[in-house]
Design a protein. Structure first.
Length: 261
């Protein structure tokens, strides 16, 4: 049996399966099969009319990289239409949830598109999952993103579980590092450190943003402008507030993270 696959040479096999090696990451391949009957004097069969098509996985992405969803074809409730190398993963337990890249400029944090998820069952799990992150096991990465709900009101309690995964197609491999609340219709900025101090296990290669509806059954989530990067060596201050403001002074308070020397 001869096997031809795209830009590769022919492979000759005598079994019903073969492992194709030396493939290029993030590339589509079409596999055709031809039977070799020359030992019986019958020559070769025509190449198979129907090819087997597959796409190889992406190589780990070097940080920093950002996904704003604006270069992805918009999808629908039945078509997740994720960015290249990203995945939408869902485990259903009776709900009708879905996720897809949505084009609606007035609801985007930047540009005109964002990733939209609808959740209708508290036991379902779903997430937008990054490509494998190069160097993440050195525990010096962080993920930044913007998120909001679609509706306001006490009936909605949207949360995002920020975590890592060993298998981007299997939600049971999701390890939660932080949980953030993003209900309401105003985008909020989040910055989560994927280090040992926050519980990163040091082996997972993928970053996942999973949707959790908190105390409500239904929820609608918008995520935009995801960046995965190295943790800066000089940590910025956060949660800054001003108080005791007078005509000539003010007290500034902040939250600093101590790294140690």
């Amino acid at each position: 049996m001869w096997i031809y696959s795209g830009n590769r040479d022919y492979d000759t096999v005598t079994t019903t399966s073969v492992t194709l090696t030396g493939l290029i990451p993030n590339t589509e391949y079409y596999v055709y099969v031809q039977n070799d009957c020359s030992s019986s004097g019958d020559g070769f069969s025509p190449w198979s009319q129907m090819s087997s098509c597959f796409k190889t996985e992406c190589a780990p992405q070097v940080t920093p990289f950002t996904e704003d969803f604006d270069n992805t074809a918009s999808g629908s409730s039945s078509n997740p239409s994720t960015p290249d190398c990203w995945k939408y993963t869902r485990s259903s337990h009776g709900g009708t949830g879905y996720g897809y890249t949505r084009n609606l400029a007035s609801y985007a944090n930047s540009g005109s598109q964002f990733f939209y998820m609808y959740h209708s069952n508290t036991t379902d799990t779903m997430a937008i999952v990054s490509p494998a992150v190069d160097g993440i096991t050195t525990t010096d990465k962080h993920v930044q993103f913007w998120a909001r709900g679609y509706y306001s009101g006490t009936s909605y309690d949207e949360h995002i579980l920020v975590g890592t995964m060993s298998d981007p197609n299997d939600m049971t491999t999701f390890h939660t590092i932080d949980t953030v609340s993003c209900s309401g219709t105003t985008y909020q900025f989040f910055d989560v450190y994927l280090d040992q101090a926050n519980g990163y296990n040091g082996t997972d290669m993928y970053v996942g943003l999973a949707f959790w509806t908190g105390s409500s059954t239904y929820g609608y989530l918008l995520i935009d402008d995801i960046t995965i990067a190295d943790i800066p060596s000089c940590i910025p201050s956060n949660n800054l507030t001003l108080s005791n403001i007078s005509n000539n002074n003010a007290l500034q308070l902040g939250c600093w993270r101590w790294i140690g020397i």
